[in-house]
Ligand binder design. Structure first.
Ligand code: PMP
Length: 407
């Protein structure tokens, strides 16, 4: 569409130029992880070739360079999310670690037996299990806001669940299993009207939309770098400064202290209080490079391209007899989850792989979503900035092949 040159962008991703089972690779598993552009690969390589050293420790030149690059990446993330301060950007391993961090620090410090945490029916396991662990530890109660058959949150029920017992709402911004984009700005407003802080799981949203944490006014926002064209093992916890200041640290160790004696330790300031141990320096640098790359294209252009792919894929999928879409929300990101009558998703995934098509078949770490739709699993195609309409056609041909073999 327009001047979005997808073929030029594809050349930035060397991995895409290969064959699988003799067919050109069609990579449609981007909700699981995205491929990396040369800009990211080269930033990581450059760091290891030229600048590798530990951060925050040495006065020597390489250590200063590594520290500068690491902190520059933090500033890039701050700008990307429009956070007020780089003190509000904590580097973690990914969305999973960020949510566990909040559960074990904010949760343990502020919640007690009988208090409630509110989640939604469409959460990834990463935003369910940490709260269940906290329930084991503290005796809190986990409440689940329901959705309809389209995979849309029931806003009235959500609002009704925001009672004084709720001490935290932890909510999916975009569902990885359904593609649903939740009206999170409105949800934050509703929660805040009852004095309830909100954590948003942005693991799927961040790669596909402009996210402005000040506009959303969320209290915490989490995401993983690897779904944003950056390396695995790096992710971000955004938290409002006052909240982060008041939270106890997560892990103890080097880098998170100001002064240590055997009697007493004084913790470092933000964000280092939450970053014990040597960080994933190359990962942070890769994340910074990925954001620079994305901003070079423009997040709005990426989102428009993915929406066009989704609309096209949805239209084509609905022409296939026996195909049922799982997740038909009005507001959706680039995820097409479906089942085929009497054919197991694992068989679908296997045949598609033989056609060179990488799709995810499984429960997508959202087993309660599968239970809700009464399916064991779905096949999921998920789009990224480098996918093409021809690849959607290849997917549809692949699905027809599946039906020919198994139908
Ligand atoms: N939340 C959502 C919505 C996700 O899609 C994912 C990744 N599938 C996660 C959380 C967890 O991310 P990670 O495994 O990178 O920590």
């Amino acid at each position: 569409s327009g001047n979005y040159d997808v073929q030029a962008l594809r050349r930035d991703f060397p991995i895409l130029d290969q064959s699988v089972h003799g067919k050109p690779l069609v990579y449609l598993d981007n909700a699981a992880t995205t491929q990396k552009p040369l800009a990211v690969i080269e930033a990581v390589e450059r760091y290891y070739r030229q600048d590798n050293a530990n951060v925050h420790r040495g006065v020597h030149t390489l250590s200063q360079r590594a520290t500068d690059a690491h902190e520059k990446a933090r500033a890039t993330v701050q700008r990307f999310l429009n956070a007020k301060s780089d003190k509000e950007i904590v580097f973690v391993r990914g969305a999973t670690e960020a949510i566990n961090l909040v559960a074990q620090t904010y949760g343990r410090a502020n919640l007690k037996a009988g208090d409630e945490v509110l989640i939604t029916a469409m959460e990834h396991h990463a935003n369910i299990v940490p709260w269940q662990m906290l329930r084991e530890q503290l005796g809190i109660v986990l409440k689940v806001a329901p959705m309809n058959e389209a995979g849309e949150l029931l806003m009235d029920e959500f609002a009704a669940l925001l009672t004084p017992k709720v001490k935290l709402a932890a909510l999916s911004h975009m569902s990885n299993a359904l593609g649903t984009v939740n009206p999170v700005k409105r949800m934050v407003e509703l929660a805040h009207a009852q004095g309830i802080p909100v954590l948003l799981d942005g693991a799927q949203a961040v790669p596909h939309a402009v996210v402005d944490v000040q506009e959303l006014d969320c209290d915490f926002y989490v995401f993983s770098g690897h779904k944003l064209y950056a390396p695995t093992g790096i992710g971000v916890l955004y938290g409002k400064q006052a909240l982060l200041e008041a939270m106890p640290p997560y892990q103890g160790g080097g880098d998170m202290i100001r002064r240590v004696t055997f009697d007493k330790t004084e913790y470092a300031g933000l964000p280092f209080k939450f970053e014990a141990g040597t960080p994933h320096i190359a990962g942070a640098i890769g994340l910074g490079a990925a954001i620079d790359y994305l901003e070079g294209i423009g997040m709005a252009a990426v989102a428009a391209h993915e929406h066009a792919l989704l609309a096209y894929a949805t239209e084509k999928a609905l022409e296939i007899p026996g195909l049922r879409l799982i997740g038909t929300a009005q507001d959706k990101g680039g995820i097409l989850s479906f089942v085929l009558e009497r054919i197991h998703p694992h068989d679908i995934g296997t045949i598609l792989d033989h056609c060179g098509i990488a799709c995810r078949a499984g429960h997508h770490c959202a087993m309660p979503v599968m239970d809700f739709f009464r399916v064991p699993a779905t096949t999921r195609a998920s789009f990224a900035l480098y996918n093409t309409f021809e690849e959607v056609d290849a997917l549809m041909d692949g699905i027809r092949e599946v039906i020919k073999v198994f139908g």
